[in-house]
Write a protein that binds this ligand. Structure first.
Ligand SMILES: O=P(O)(O)OC[C@H]1O[C@H](OP(=O)(O)OP(=O)(O)O)[C@H](O)[C@@H]1O
Ligand SMILES: O=c1cc[nH]c(=O)[nH]1
Ligand SMILES: [Mg+2]
Length: 236
């Protein structure tokens, strides 16, 4: 078999899967991305923290590329040593918003592709103040540029109950109303997807995979475990 792939052909529509809210599921198609996700999930490979973080980054790179196909472009011309080439350039770089801690490597993957992006950082975590399993999302740090009319990409590798993303999204709206918001996750639960779809239907979701369910501790099954701890070690 012989295939010619032309890098200059930039027309591509995002794939719609499951519901209109979910724009794209990376591992629904056979591709090398399945290896990256398999390694993230594998309890043995996970022992290598550098590999775990790099795989989060790689999936960030791939989702950034997929999301890039849905952004607005302008026609432009670039001067080569031999002439002029027609091209399309992003109208404006997006704002990348990331939820500490687990999202840091994922964010870095997005930055590799959207290298001129503006950035927002939010300190949010599941705090267990109510009971052993019940939790409230604690948010103690938020910094963002002006979001008015911008493309916002809000990312977190794990979309479990969806409460962290929902709380952060509504806190970010204080910085302006984005023209469009994309939510990116590596693994989502069906419960988390439904939660966001009900509360943030104006956004679009791009994921690596949608798993089976949440367990009684609100962890995604089969999932991969605790993404923050696997990236950076346990916390008290
Ligand atoms: O969808 P939810 O039910 O809100 O859960 C998802 C959140 O849980 C994890 O963060 P965690 O609280 O473990 O913090 P960490 O990144 O510091 O480990 C993860 O990174 C998400 O932010
Ligand atoms: O499955 C889950 C749920 C929340 N946070 C994680 O890191 N993993
Ligand atoms: Mg964690």
């Amino acid at each position: 078999m012989c295939c010619i792939i032309v890098a200059a052909n930039v027309t591509s529509q995002p794939q719609t899967a499951y519901t209109p809210f979910i724009m794209f599921v990376l591992t629904q198609q056979p591709s090398i991305a399945n290896h990256f996700l398999a390694e993230l999930r594998d309890a043995n490979v996970q022992q290598d923290r550098m590999r775990f973080r790099r795989n989060l980054e790689r999936i960030g790179e791939l989702l950034a590329y997929e999301i890039s196909k849905s952004l607005p472009y302008r026609h432009a011309e670039v001067t080569t040593p031999l002439g002029k080439a027609a091209t399309r350039l992003l109208r404006q770089p997006p704002v990348l918003a990331t939820i500490l801690r687990a999202s840091l490597p994922f964010h870095q993957g997005f930055l590799h592709f959207f290298d001129q992006a503006d950035n927002a950082f939010i300190g949010a975590y599941r705090g267990h103040h109510i009971g052993e399993d019940e939790f409230e999302v604690e948010m103690d740090y938020i910094t963002a540029p002006d979001l008015q009319d911008r493309t916002l990409i809000l990312m977190d590798p794990m979309l479990a109950t969806g409460r962290s993303i929902e709380k952060v999204y509504h806190a970010l709206l204080r910085f302006g109303i984005p023209a469009q918001t994309h939510i990116a996750a590596v693994i989502a639960s069906p419960e988390g997807v439904a939660y966001l779809q009900n509360r943030m239907s104006e956004c679009r979701l791009w994921v690596g995979a949608v798993d089976e369910k949440l367990d009684s501790h609100y962890y995604i099954v089969p999932g991969l475990g605790d993404a923050g701890d696997l990236s950076f070690g346990p916390k008290l």
